[in-house]
Design a protein around this ligand. Structure first.
Ligand SMILES: [Mg+2]
Length: 625
């Protein structure tokens, strides 16, 4: 109700029927209205005041909450055990740093906040930090650095940290802050390194262990395959180390082992040395090293270990054997290389310890064995290791007509070496000339001493025909021993006629002219035996033992024997069958009119003493003659 309407109503209420205004009544009415209005205003004021108070409290609570939240966050950031910082994205000025950050940088935040890296760090470091910051700001890509050495800070360069830096943008997407964390991982890395060290090292010597060696070998193989290089694997074994433990006990044995390991490492020249168990070690040599270098290193190791070891007044002699395998010659995978290094080590041990052996393939081994045998053969002559054995030859009725002289070698360590092994070696190095002459002389001397004038057959090597003066030497031996040339028969193979055919033929003719008989040996095994029969009047043909051996088993052998016999008969050349071992074979040969035989059925090659009765010597007479 507006004021004039309220006043109109109050005037109406104060006016009587005659239109007279009761002033007292009007004043009362107006006063009452004023009082009413005052009450209303006061009520309103109170309500407003209450609302303001309420608002103020709410605001205060919100402020307190905000403050608490901020304190909470601050406290978290402050106490995080990794360094946290924030910088202004525009100029890299530090605007926040927590306690770990102060420790990391080694300065209180009051000194750092508000400053740029250029104002805080030495030039070179400031430049690196600045560049990193710019890169993060420009690219918007976080920077992550793991396991790098600390570049600034109080701890110096022996701490390892992981750090991250990233960009925070404002509401409009413009670069605002650079936030970073730096975590010191030195302890963790040290622990990891220690655990890894324990897993890969031998506890006693602290050398890499078998598993570390295997890893290194695998790595080396991969590298060598890619780069096409070679490398050597050495397998080492201490000789007599067990004795050290047995004599002095394990504590001293352990000390000796450590000392031995140290020597190996010292001498190994930076090569990878591992202890793979007991008294076994392995060494990986660097790439592309020459065999001589590997050998000289191995020999140095053998010498170093072979020198007296002294530990705590205990003296000991151990030795070292080494086996070597080389990639790729001796294997292209780990298993083969290891097996072959071990096989070489085994040989080094077998050959008398304290040795170095390279792995040898079967072929290498045979070659080496041949060389050794050849070397020994020279000594055999000087040391009377060669012997002449005699094998009887008989007619088909069993009557002995003579002997074939056969050389035998009684090697001091190998025992009897089969002739088909050493004769080719002697032919190879020419020693056969000397050996052949010696056998001839022994056979002739022996035969000359027999009461019965039996023949003696001696084998001649093709080499004797090619080199040396065979004719003169035979002549001289016959004179020297007094053996009638007619009692000597020489057996030649077709090898004699291959090569200088004319020369061989004329020599054979001259020998025949002396009265010596010439026999064609091993008939049927060559390629052109038949044509040779035509070229020279042989006195005898010896059918090779292989045909006689198979007489009963293969019909072809019987046919060949028959054919040879009929051919020889046509040429009027007598035939000796070699290798006759059974009565059935003898009966067959007799049936085919074979003239003579030789073989176990008649007698084996033996020292002549076994055949004294056959040569007409009474044992007693020979002994006291
Ligand atoms: Mg012979």
């Amino acid at each position: 109700m507006t004021m004039h309407r309220l006043l109109a109503r109050q005037l109406r209420q104060s006016t009587d029927e005659s239109g007279q205004v009761d002033m007292t009544r009007l004043v009362e009415l107006v006063s009452a209205a004023y009082e009413e209005s005052d009450r209303d205003r006061r009520r309103t004021d109170r309500a407003i005041k209450l609302m303001i108070e309420e608002l103020e409290q709410t605001h205060k609570r919100a402020e307190q909450d905000l403050l608490r939240a901020r304190e909470f966050l601050d406290s978290i950031i402050e106490n995080i055990p990794i360094a946290v910082f924030a910088k202004d994205a525009r100029d890299s000025r530090y605007i926040l740093l927590n306690r770990a950050g102060e420790e990391y940088y080694g300065m209180p935040r009051e000194e750092m906040l508000g400053k740029t890296p250029e104002q805080l760090f030495p030039d070179d470091i400031a430049r690196v930090v600045h560049e990193q910051d710019r890169r993060v700001v420009d690219s918007g890509t976080p920077m992550v650095l793991e396991g790098h050495l600390l570049e600034v800070g109080v701890h110096g360069h022996d701490r390892v940290v992981n750090s991250r830096k990233l960009l925070v943008r404002d509401g409009n997407g413009a670069p605002q802050y650079l936030v970073g964390v730096i975590e010191d991982v030195t302890e963790r890395i040290t622990n990891e390194a220690r655990i890894s060290h324990l897993a890969h090292h031998d506890a006693l010597t602290d050398l890499p262990n078998r598993s570390a060696f295997n890893e290194a070998l695998t790595e080396r193989l991969e590298h060598a395959q890619e780069a096409s290089t070679s490398f050597a694997v050495l397998s080492l074994d201490l000789d007599r180390f067990k004795d050290v433990n047995d004599v002095f006990g394990h504590p001293v044995g352990d000390m000796m082992m450590r000392a031995a390991a140290e020597r190996l490492v010292t001498e190994a020249d930076g090569a990878f040395v591992a202890r793979i168990g007991g008294d076994e070690f392995m060494i990986l040599m660097p790439d592309d090293i020459r065999r001589e270098d590997v050998l000289s290193l191995a020999e140095r190791l053998v010498e170093a270990i072979g020198t007296e070891l002294e530990v705590d007044d205990y003296l000991s002699h151990v030795g070292l054997s080494v086996g070597i395998a080389v990639y790729p010659d001796d294997g292209v995978d780990a298993a083969t290389l290891l097996a072959n290094a071990d096989s070489a080590l085994y040989r080094a041990k077998r050959e008398g310890r304290g040795r170095v052996c390279f792995f040898e393939t079967e072929m290498d081994r045979e070659l080496r064995d041949r060389r050794l045998l050849q070397h020994d053969l020279r000594q055999a002559m000087e040391q009377n290791q060669l012997l002449v054995y005699f094998q009887p030859q008989a007619r088909m009725d069993g009557e002995i007509i003579g002997f074939e002289a056969l050389v035998r070698w009684n090697h001091p360590t190998r025992g009897f070496v089969p002739p088909d092994q050493f004769i080719p070696l002697a032919e190879e190095n020419g020693l056969i000339i000397e050996i052949g002459e010696w056998v001839l002389r022994e056979a002739c001397r022996e035969a000359a001493s027999w009461p019965r004038p039996l023949q003696v057959a001696v084998n001649l090597s093709p080499v004797q025909f090619q080199a040396g003066d065979l004719e003169r030497s035979i002549h001289q031996i016959l004179l020297e021993t007094g053996l009638a040339p007619t009692r000597l028969e020489v057996e030649i193979t077709e090898g004699v006629l291959i090569g200088d055919f004319t020369r061989a033929l004329s020599l054979l003719r001259r020998l025949k002219a002396l009265g010596i008989r010439i026999a064609m040996d091993d008939f049927g095994t060559g390629y052109s035996s038949l044509s040779y029969l035509q070229s020279f009047p042989f006195d005898k043909i010896k059918i090779d033992r292989s045909f006689i051996l198979n007489l009963e088993a293969t019909p072809q052998s019987a046919e060949i024997v028959r054919a040879v016999l009929s051919l020889a008969h046509a040429l009027q050349i007598p035939v000796v069958a070699e290798g006759v071992e059974t009565e059935a074979q003898r009966a067959f040969l007799e049936g085919e009119a074979c003239e003579e035989m030789q073989g176990y059925l008649i007698g084996r090659p033996e020292p002549i003493e076994r055949y004294f009765d056959l040569i007409g010597i009474n044992v007693e007479r020979r002994r006291y003659a």
